[in-house]
Ligand binder design. Structure first.
Ligand SMILES: Cc1ncc(COP(=O)(O)O)c(C=O)c1O
Length: 393
């Protein structure tokens, strides 16, 4: 069987080796405590599930949904953005619900990237930005995110010959995997840069509601002129513990939203309507769950940070996102450390190299670990410092 080149040239899944080792341990009956996945462990709030069940019983919702989703859902998204960020969107032209934000992130490259075009992609970064660029026959140009720049890309460092072929710029704050945040001043600079070089901007912002110590992340769409050149991807996955239901949205520039809608309408048949009603309930109903969840994550964050620093994995408490980005101690690289933690104490973390070259030297730990497992995991990590061995880099 001959696979298409675009599938053949997809990069190997970097976490395969770790997943294999975890499976091996589990097969031997050993318990692995995983800090590796950013998938909320707390259930979807009851009122949202109730609305979903009620809508699932109504035969009206058993048929094909419209590609552009229910007008009530587009209105609920626009109203939520107005309340949360004080931005107004036309629900018919500037809002598009998605089958999870990953779906839209994957598809939008096909709207703006063609043969040989470049997308500017953060490194380290969520892998879908570069993979979708490649699937659309484009080339990712990696923008290094470095600690000394607070994990923001240095836009002025992009060479002229790259800018000439660049069509799209990806940004993501609060950031996965570094947990960095961006302010409006940075977003204003991004808009200026994009206008200067005729780029469209896709801001990926699924973590704007997951924040700590009273910090409130901003939306890229609040930047001056953002609507002229960009869209923001958002999601109900992390805000409302709805990863399993697959629902997100894109908002912003009407031409970009229309292009994505036209593409999608040829590929999928919309979001199951019962899930759309659940999303309306999530966005329009009581919002207390967000603060409640953030308080749980914040408590876990503080416990994890304390232990990591004790065992020599330096880490700062993040202001937002579901992640801790910890420095690998001397004598290890990110894969060595990941393998060693798994081997010695049965704890799984994610190696930074899995998010790009610049992720080397770090590992990512997720806060979505149930409390009982967290306690066990932290006690194991504390024990690890004693069994630590030096491995050549
Ligand atoms: C940065 C980032 N963007 C997008 C997504 C996709 O979220 P979803 O497809 O569940 O909306 C994730 C999920 O982990 C993510 O970390």
């Amino acid at each position: 069987m001959r696979l298409a080149k675009r599938v053949e040239k997809l990069p190997p899944y970097l976490f395969v080796e770790i997943s294999r080792k975890i499976a091996e341990k589990k097969a031997k009956g050993e318990e692995v405590i995983s800090f590796a996945i950013g998938d909320p462990d707390i259930p979807t709030p009851q009122h949202i599930v109730d609305r979903l069940c009620e809508a699932a019983r109504d035969p009206v919702n058993h048929r094909y949904p419209e590609s552009e989703s229910l007008p009530e859902l587009r209105r609920a998204v626009a109203d939520w953005y107005k309340r949360r960020f004080d931005i107004s969107f036309d629900p018919d032209k500037e809002v598009l619900p998605l089958i999870g934000s990953k779906e839209g992130i994957g598809h939008i490259s096909f709207c703006f990237i063609g043969n040989g075009d470049i997308a500017l992609v953060p490194d380290p970064g969520y892998p879908v930005y570069s993979v979708s660029t490649m699937l659309a026959d484009g080339e990712p140009y990696y923008l290094p995110l470095k600690e000394e720049n607070n994990w923001l890309p240095d836009l002025d460092s992009v060479p002229q010959n790259v800018l000439e072929r660049a069509r799209l710029l990806w940004i993501n704050y609060p950031n996965n995997p570094t947990a960095a945040v961006a302010d409006l001043e940075f977003f204003n600079r991004v808009v200026k840069f994009a206008k200067q070089h005729d780029l469209v901007v896709c801001h990926d912002g699924p973590y704007t509601e997951v924040a700590y110590d009273g910090y409130q992340p901003v939306s890229f769409m609040q930047a001056e002129g953002a609507r002229d050149i960009g869209v923001e991807f958002h999601s109900l996955s992390k805000s409302y513990n709805m990863t399993g239901w697959r629902i997100g949205m894109a908002v912003g520039n009407a031409t970009m939203i229309n292009a994505l809608m036209r593409l999608k309408s040829n590929l999928d048949s919309g979001i199951p309507q019962a899930i759309q009603y659940a999303a309306i309930e999530a966005l329009s109903g009581p919002q207390d769950c967000i603060q409640e969840h953030n308080a749980i994550y914040q408590r876990r964050r503080d416990l994890i940070i304390e232990v990591l620093n004790e065992i020599g994995l330096e880490a700062e408490p993040p202001k937002a996102s579901l992640y801790i980005w910890a420095k690998v101690p001397e004598g290890y690289n990110s894969m060595d450390l990941t393998a060693d933690l798994l081997e010695q104490v049965g704890v799984a973390v994610t190696p930074g190299i899995g998010y790009g070259k610049q992720g080397e030297g770090y590992v990512r730990l997720s806060l979505t670990i149930p409390d009982a497992a967290l306690v066990k995991g932290l006690s194991r990590l504390s024990g690890w410092s004693n069994t630590r061995r030096r491995v050549a880099k």
